[in-house]
Design a protein around this ligand. Structure first.
Ligand code: BG6
Length: 504
């Protein structure tokens, strides 16, 4: 693997401390990093190398030192460096350039730099321009890559603007747009389940599937992120990016191979085939909600409007449920139902493939027949795994059919370490593999789909924002948007266990 300097802009921030450096440490522990590497933290706060090392290494409880010798811990610590810089000021980049040249000498990193933008979004176009002004985007000596955190734009116009600003200074194949859901093992496994097995793909279409549900529930509220969230909302924060990426993995056509170009071409095609929801159709296809105060297991819980940084009369949605169709050969007429929300009963993300009923049921008249249609449940998190529900004969007289479940849990793979999303994504960035990063055209296409919804909510005050008590499954009207005899599967924390045995 090539030697490199990983340059983290916004290094004194929360993401660097909580996610990025711990992920690099995991890679280091697993021997995935090259021998010659350095991490250069860059931000405004005035730390020395030593102070930064203490902050990240000794004072943080986010690093897992299990199995790492004192010497190896020290070696990692010494590979952390820091440079105080006003990132919005072009002349400060002379210092960045100089420090990188120094590190190239001391750490033998050969001019390979991975720039990670973990800063407030307004800097996403400024930092690359300043890097380019100091020749830090050209690849004359060593490669240069740019990782951009979310949010990538605010709507399709701002995403397109950001794309064109970045592309003025970096080539598209140097730009890596993070969507941390793509780093999740189980999101990648959606592709493997479909395309590495002979039994699923033949059924994976409008002939056999009645509808598809995707739920991404969170138990927590907005916490202290109210200032950011109030300007964003669930549609922008979760659905436009993470959930549409899951939709793409569930619904795209088989790629020719597993390389970045083939997979990302198929995803783009998929986004382009989602039937747009017109502004005037929004009330029929999209439900928005906001959590209100409530008591959960005897404990009072604040409503969204009481959270720090949130406007008193805020109309920002903390819940969104949506129905849409994909207009292509495979999916014509199959409804997709997608929902996400904060302060729901549990934290869980899963995909449910609901298969059609058999064309004729000889057992339908049997007393005690409780069988539902077959479901394949693909659990993204937690309790990662797959479960298949099907009917089985109840032993004894007659032909009573009972619902049973066959399942696989990742936890059964005792020797496998499931990498954190950031571990996998950073490693891919270091290796130059962009497969699990979002391509510019796809991000714009995903925004184009949600744009009319954002506009409708902004322009039409008569569109309802439903309150739901914190700790419940969101507004009831979200059930009504489903076809007759469909209901959302309200999942438990554990994959296995039918609705009636849920621990909630
Ligand atoms: C982030 C959102 O992108 O994803 C957060 O900004 C959300 O609001 C988080 O909580 C969920 O990620 P995960 O990996 O915990 O499901």
């Amino acid at each position: 693997m090539d030697p490199l300097v990983l340059v983290i802009f916004g290094a004194s921030g929360d993401l660097a401390k909580r996610k990025l450096i711990p992920a690099i440490y995991q890679l280091y522990k697993g021997n995935y990093l090259p021998d010659c590497f350095a991490v250069l933290g860059v931000s405004r706060t005035d730390y020395s190398d030593e102070a930064f090392r203490e902050l990240i290494f000794s004072e943080s409880d986010h690093l897992d030192h299990k199995g790492v010798s004192k010497e190896d811990q020290e070696r990692f610590k010494q590979s952390l460096y820091y440079l105080p810089v006003d990132t919005s000021k072009q002349s400060d980049y002379a210092k960045v350039k100089e420090r990188l040249a120094e590190l190239d000498k001391t750490c033998l990193t050969q001019g390979n730099y991975l720039f990670y933008l973990s800063t407030p979004p307004f800097l996403y176009s400024i930092i690359p321009a300043h890097l380019a002004a100091y020749g830090l985007s050209n690849e004359h000596k060593g490669w240069k890559r740019l990782v951009v955190e979310k949010p990538f734009g605010y709507d399709s116009a701002s995403a397109a603007k950001l794309n064109s600003e970045l592309q003025q200074h970096f080539e598209e194949d140097q730009i890596y747009r993070i969507d941390h859901y793509l780093g999740k093992e189980t999101v990648q496994n959606l592709l493997v389940t479909r395309f590495a097995n002979g039994i699923f793909e033949p059924l994976w279409n409008r002939n056999y599937i009645s509808h598809i549900e995707i739920t991404s529930a969170e138990k927590l509220g907005v916490g202290r992120r109210g200032g950011y969230y109030d300007k964003s909302g669930a549609l922008r924060d979760m659905l436009q990016n993470h959930l549409l990426q899951i939709v793409a993995h569930v619904a795209m056509e088989p790629p020719i191979s597993a390389d970045a170009r083939s997979i990302r071409n198929e995803k783009l095609k998929l986004f382009q085939s989602i039937r747009p929801i017109k502004e005037e159709e929004v009330p029929d296809f999209v439900i928005r909600g906001q959590y209100t105060p409530s008591v959960i297991r005897g404990k009072e819980v604040l409503g969204y409007r009481d959270a720090e940084g949130v406007l008193e009369e805020s109309k920002t949605e903390t819940y969104v449920a949506m129905k849409f169709f994909i207009d292509n050969w495979r999916w014509a007429g199959v409804p997709f139902f997608v929902r996400t929300g904060k302060r729901l009963p549990t934290k869980v993300t899963e995909v449910v493939i609901n298969f059609k009923s058999p064309p004729h049921s000889p057992f339908a008249g049997e007393a005690g027949m409780v069988h539902k249609n077959n479901q394949l449940i693909m659990r993204i998190q937690p309790n990662e795994g797959l479960a298949m529900r099907f009917g089985m004969k109840v032993p004894g007289a007659g032909f009573k059919v009972k619902d049973v479940q066959m399942d696989f849990h990742y936890s059964e793979l005792t020797d496998a370490h499931i990498p954190e999303a950031y571990e996998r994504l950073l490693l891919d960035g270091i290796k130059g593999d962009a497969t699990l990063y979002a391509r510019g055209d796809s991000v714009e296409a995903a925004w184009a789909f949600v744009d009319p919804i954002i506009k409708a909510w902004e322009n039409d005050p008569s569109i309802k924002l439903y309150g739901y008590p914190a700790g419940t499954w969101g507004p009831n009207v979200a059930d009504e948007m489903m076809e007759e005899n469909f209901t959302w599967r309200n999942p438990c924390k554990n994959l296995t266990g039918f609705d009636d045995f849920c621990e909630l």
